[in-house]
Design a protein around this ligand. Structure first.
Ligand SMILES: *Cc1c(COP(=O)(O)O)cnc(C)c1O
Length: 216
């Protein structure tokens, strides 16, 4: 199957209101252009060093989403152009994004990464940390960053029930937070292996790489 065919199949399978992020990490500009020429405009990358040259070389109407862990000292390189950052997991990172967005006269949309998997990981906030960050006066004072939603990754497992339980728990938390913070509109969950479960559980954005571009 070609990249264009994979995209077409996915778009047909996804409800219209779900945003498809084509995860193009490790893929070449030529491969990205095949997706672009098939109509795709939203792409996800997980490394700053990779997204910066791609954004320079590729069409300017691409919306680049940073989906991987982000170090504070690298925010400045993506602040001029990044459309959304999915991986915010600390107040310090939020403050740095605000500062760099202000320098660029921009408001940058971000998602808080919430830890839902039953695997060890260094990244993500737990529910109570995310809740505290959303309610903190320090967060509300930031003028150039907008927390527009939440992102989560389920356990990498064949156990569908576990994945469903994890996604549902994040959807429930999202709904609870949204009742207090109306700016929360996006719920980024689901990848190649589990996007249909994620959509069932109320995802609004799926991040799909290998099911579009092939194995990495
Ligand atoms: C790589 C990656 C994806 C996409 O993974 P696939 O299995 O290729 O669909 C989604 N989200 C994040 C955070 C990633 O790093």
């Amino acid at each position: 199957m070609s990249i264009a065919e994979n995209l077409h199949r996915l778009r047909t399978a996804l409800p219209q209101q779900v945003t498809l992020i084509a995860v193009s990490k490790t893929k070449t500009n030529e491969e990205i252009l095949q997706a672009y020429n098939a109509g795709q405009r939203v792409f996800g990358e997980n490394r700053v060093q990779e997204v910066v040259p791609k954004a320079e070389a590729l069409p300017k109407d691409i919306a680049w989403h940073l989906i991987g862990h982000l170090q504070t000292n690298k925010v400045k390189y993506i602040a001029p152009f990044v459309a959304m950052i999915h991986s915010v997991d600390s107040e310090k990172l939020l403050q740095e994004i605000d500062k760099q967005a202000a320098k660029n006269n921009r408001i940058i949309d971000v998602l808080l990464q919430v830890y839902i998997a039953s695997e060890e990981t260094k990244f993500g906030l737990d529910f109570s940390e995310a809740e505290q960050l959303l309610a903190s006066p320090g967060t509300s004072a930031l003028k150039n960053v907008r927390i527009a939603g939440l992102m989560g990754m389920a356990t990498n497992t064949d156990d569908e029930q576990l994945v469903r339980k994890e996604f549902s728990s994040l959807r429930d938390f999202f709904d609870r937070m949204r009742a207090q913070h109306s700016q929360l509109v996006h719920l980024s969950m689901g990848m190649s292996s589990d996007y249909s479960i994620a959509v069932d559980c109320g995802s609004t954005m799926v991040r799909v790489g290998s099911a579009i571009f092939g194995e990495r």
